[in-house]
Ligand binder design. Structure first.
Ligand code: APR
Length: 382
């Protein structure tokens, strides 16, 4: 079956759905192809914070009611060093630019409801004629029928493991990768959440605790990849480590309901465009969770691409990759800076531990340093 559309969007994650919503609300025809089924996409738990800049994307488009209603504003952030608490008031330090707590599955459900038609369980997606003015996407629907979409543009929003980036000739891409040599073991527990998002630096390693609803917490423990296997840790050991690293002997416990490993890696593919194909989100870049920028970068890419496509501006489309990459590298630098501070402060050599401590103290001593941190947490409009 052959059909035409203006924009073929590959992937229904935060990037693809935001792009589809912005395009459709501006009268631009698009088709969204998603490999997984609807319930898988709706239930996938990952990021949880929309920075202020990302919330502005929806506000500017008149979509705040549909997408942001009821999402709590962030308040303080607690950083502990060897058990001693320190608080950062990011919303006021950033001049009143609060982020919002929006679990990814809630954001995705709301985006899906607002977008409407998404073609789930589209398999064998292949991209062709990217360098021509009429690129094509072929795929197979769940009934086994083959489809061909002729379009003007393709948006590769299909995550790190998608097909889009791999459709670009390797000689056209430069890949930057970095292994932070840090592992995180994360546990979801039916244990009371902390008052504020909590990150703890300790000589035993990094730990964190974040609220997941009113009665659950997600905990994080740093481990040494290669020499430690946290899945072999007994739960009692994990709780001992959490009490030790959070500096809280009275930490309330509860059964673990999920355990995962989080990768601490960074990846950037440049440029984010080839011919009529534009990459957005994880398809082009992966960032560590420190600073919570992954989902926000995906949304920012989508907004920048939507603006260029809505304006139907060859200049804006040509500028898309550089604009997104500048923002991406800014976030990568912030994420690495934050990662070093809270991990080197723990189990690094004594010199790096001292550097991390100086970085940490500067945040609480110097208002401009705290404001710079808050500015990056809030997301900048560039
Ligand atoms: N064909 C169609 N869809 C595909 C294909 C394919 N070949 N490969 C992957 N997909 C789909 C995935 O099933 C997924 O739904 O593309 C979507 C990509 O979504 P994400 O991986 O969430 O990527 P993105 O939208 O860029 O958002 C990335 O959100 O959750 C955070 O940590 C995450 O920071 C990251 C950000």
């Amino acid at each position: 079956m052959r059909e035409t559309t203006r924009v073929a969007i590959i992937g229904a994650g935060p990037a693809g759905l935001t792009l589809a919503l912005l395009l459709r609300r501006n009268g631009i025809d698009c088709v969204v192809l998603e490999r997984r089924d609807r319930s898988y996409v709706e239930q996938r738990q990952r990021a949880g914070v929309l920075d202020h800049y990302a919330t502005r994307i929806f506000e500017r488009a008149g979509l705040a009611g549909e997408i942001l209603t009821g999402a709590p504003l962030e308040t303080l952030l607690e950083l502990r060093w060897d058990g001693a608490p320190h608080f950062l008031d990011v919303p006021s330090l950033s001049g009143g630019r609060p982020s919002r707590i929006v679990p990814q599955q809630l954001l995705v459900r709301r985006l899906l409801a607002a977008v409407g038609d998404v073609r789930f369980e589209a398999t064998g997606v292949a991209l062709d004629d990217l360098a021509s003015s009429r690129p094509r996407v072929t795929y197979t629907d769940p009934d086994g029928s083959s489809h061909e979409l002729a379009c003007s543009y393709i948006a590769g929003c299909d995550g790190f493991h998608g097909v889009s980036r791999g459709s670009i000739p390797p000689s056209e891409l430069t890949i930057y990768e970095f292994d932070h040599r840090i592992g995180w073991y994360t546990m979801l527990a039916d244990a009371p959440p902390p008052r504020y998002p909590l990150m703890a630096v300790s000589e035993h390693g990094y730990a964190a605790q974040f609220a997941r609803g009113r009665e659950a917490s997600r905990f994080y423990l740093q481990y040494r990849p290669g020499s430690e296997d946290p899945f072999a840790w007994p739960d009692d050991y994990a709780w001992d480590q959490l009490r030790l690293r959070l500096g809280d002997p009275a930490l309330a416990t509860g059964p673990f309901t999920d355990r995962e490993i989080v990768e601490m890696r960074s990846f950037v593919a440049e440029p984010m465009a080839y011919g009529r194909l534009f990459l957005a989100g994880d398809a082009a870049h992966i960032i560590t969770p420190m600073g919570a920028k992954g989902m926000n970068l995906a949304l920012s890419d989508a907004a920048t691409l939507a603006e260029a496509l809505i304006a139907d501006s060859p200049e804006k489309l040509a500028a898309y990759s550089d604009a997104c990459l500048a923002r991406t590298w800014d976030a990568q630098e912030f994420s690495r800076w934050f990662t070093e501070m809270v991990h080197d402060g723990g189990i690094a050599d004594p010199f790096r531990r001292k550097l991390a401590r100086a970085r940490f103290e500067r945040l609480f001593r110097s208002p401009p340093a705290a404001a710079a941190f808050a500015d990056l947490m809030s997301g900048t409009d560039h």
